[in-house]
Design a protein around this ligand. Structure first.
Ligand SMILES: Cc1cc2nc3c(=O)[nH]c(=O)nc-3n(C[C@H](O)[C@H](O)[C@H](O)COP(=O)(O)OP(=O)(O)OC[C@H]3O[C@@H](n4cnc5c(N)ncnc54)[C@H](O)[C@@H]3O)c2cc1C
Length: 462
């Protein structure tokens, strides 16, 4: 290996950021060069996305800027589009300009996962995912803009369609987004929309299996269903989304059909498809095959962890079991992975990764939650408090912890912000209209926020 090896980290999410942080802390400057490549200039703390969408936390505070945090690494903003580990070369497409090759000595593959979708008619045109901060901002503006649309029309069909919100997938990401956004919309209607009533809304969650929240025991999942149902929300279990038409007519497997301007897809993830453009060994599910030490199987100088890695679960009785794709493993694997790279550089043996899943905490709106940690089951306010305490202790950097706590404190004193910044969805519209007026002499009528984005997904949020 080179005197000053280049360590390339593909992805600056949970695994990428935590690995880089630990390496930059423990390696002296001359010892190695660390390069982190990610299309985004920030890491996203995904467990806070539902709260960001609901307005309890400022969206900027759920992301961690890579350049500021990784001040002793080289950060490249771009996507790795292919990789030959045999040649120790990755191809990078920067935000702008020609692709280029990056040569390295040690690889850390940490490019995470993407939404796992199905070939459902209308889904690509009308659906939106819930994995990044842009989607969270978009959905917040979109839901509030739908309340504005419903409150400003006398057409019952337009109103019903605007106030019907459909989610697909009942894992923790889906349930949290579903419950948090309903809670925000209910609050907004009760306080600021005298022409609307919470009973005018229809919130529908479609789940293909017979239960939600597979991360907790069945009794806790059943309790969560009861709580959400008591809020007037509908959970269609053992039901599939069949299609969504151009007129936003959603059809589900139970024969139901209803108009809905909102379709959020949270039905699971799959490993980043970038892996198929590499020479790393993949398992049947498209994940990188790893040893328990997080080394890529049969591939020297290559490591992987997180959502895209098949890591043996040494705490399971099943010899084929692998660790689940969640933040709990991602953070711990990153620490082990960094320490194992340091061990190899020092000529020591790497240590296998071992962690028994501790449990899960989920927020269901302000002061509501469900948690099951180390066998202890909590419901309602205590679970919600545990959710907040746990995640604020986990969000990287003191700066973000303080900002998130400040957001919560301000929201409790001044009430939460429920204003739609729909212009963010299309900031140039007004200027383009004004510029065109100069040409035609006619000023087009002003469009309300989110006018053209009356259906998801619309334009990308800023
Ligand atoms: C809404 C939501 C809520 C969640 N809540 C919880 C929770 O409460 N508890 C829990 O344990 N888990 C939770 N998770 C799951 C958890 O966030 C993931 O398991 C974790 O982020 C996985 O870490 P990772 O590093 O593998 O991937 P990520 O954190 O997703 O990082 C992958 C990184 O790779 C980058 N990337 C993608 N393509 C490329 C490319 N071609 N080149 C370079 N970089 C690339 C991405 O931009 C990203 O920064 C939640 C997930 C979501 C979506």
């Amino acid at each position: 290996m080179a005197q000053r090896p280049v360590i390339l980290i593909v992805g600056g999410g949970y695994v990428g950021l935590y690995t880089a942080l630990r390496l930059q802390k423990k390696l002296s400057r001359g010892r190695a060069e660390i390069i982190v490549v990610d299309p985004q200039p920030h890491m996203t703390y995904q467990p806070f996305l539902p709260e960001a969408a609901a307005g309890s936390v400022e969206p900027r505070h759920v992301v961690v800027p890579l350049r500021r945090t990784l001040d002793r690494c080289r950060v490249v903003t771009g996507a790795v589009t292919g990789l030959s580990h045999a040649d120790r070369t990755a191809t990078v497409a920067p935000v702008e300009g020609e692709s280029f090759d990056l040569h390295y000595d040690v690889l850390v593959m940490a490019a995470g996962s993407i939404a796992r979708t199905l070939p459902i008619p209308g889904l690509p045109e009308h659906g939106i995912g819930f994995k990044n901060v842009g989607e969270a901002i978009y959905l917040r503006n979109h839901v509030l803009a739908r309340l504005d649309a419903a409150a400003s029309t006398d057409d019952p069909e337009v109103r019903r369609r605007a106030l019907t919100f459909t989610f697909v997938g009942g894992g923790y990401a889906g349930i949290e987004a579903f419950a948090e956004l309903e809670d925000m919309a209910r609050y907004a209607i009760e306080h600021y929309y005298p022409r609307l009533s919470p009973a005018d809304m229809r919130w529908v969650l479609v789940e293909a299996t017979g239960r939600i929240l597979p991360e907790v025991d069945l009794d806790m999942a059943a309790w969560t269903v009861e709580q959400l149902t008591a809020r007037g929300m509908e959970l269609k279990l053992n039901t599939r989304l069949e299609s969504i038409s151009d007129e936003c007519l959603v059809s589900t497997g139970d024969g139901d059909s209803f108009a809905s301007d909102t379709l959020v897809w949270t039905a699971g993830t799959k490993p980043n498809p970038l892996l198929s453009a590499t020479d790393l060994p993949l398992d049947g599910r498209g994940r990188v095959e790893c040893e328990a030490t997080l080394q890529v199987k049969g591939t020297p100088d290559a490591w992987a962890a997180g959502d895209l890695a098949a890591v043996p679960d040494l705490t399971s009785d099943d010899p084929d079991a692998t660790t689940a794709p969640n933040a709990q493993h991602a953070v711990r694997q990153a620490k082990r992975l960094a320490d194992n790279i340091l061990a190899i550089l020092d000529g020591r043996e790497p240590t296998p990764y071992r962690h028994a899943y501790a449990g899960s905490v989920a927020s269901l709106g302000l002061h509501k939650g469900v948690a099951q940690v180390y066998g202890v089951k909590l419901k309602g306010w205590p679970a919600w408090m545990m959710h907040r305490t746990y995640h604020v202790s986990r969000v990287p950097t003191l700066n973000r912890k303080v900002r998130v706590i400040a957001d919560w404190t301000l929201a409790s004193v001044f009430r939460r912000e429920v204003i739609s910044l729909g212009q963010l969805q299309d900031p140039r519209r007004e200027f383009v209209a004004a510029a065109n007026t100069g040409r035609t002499g006619h000023l087009p009528p002003p469009q309300p926020a989110d006018h053209e984005q009356s259906r998801t997904p619309g334009a990308q949020a800023g």
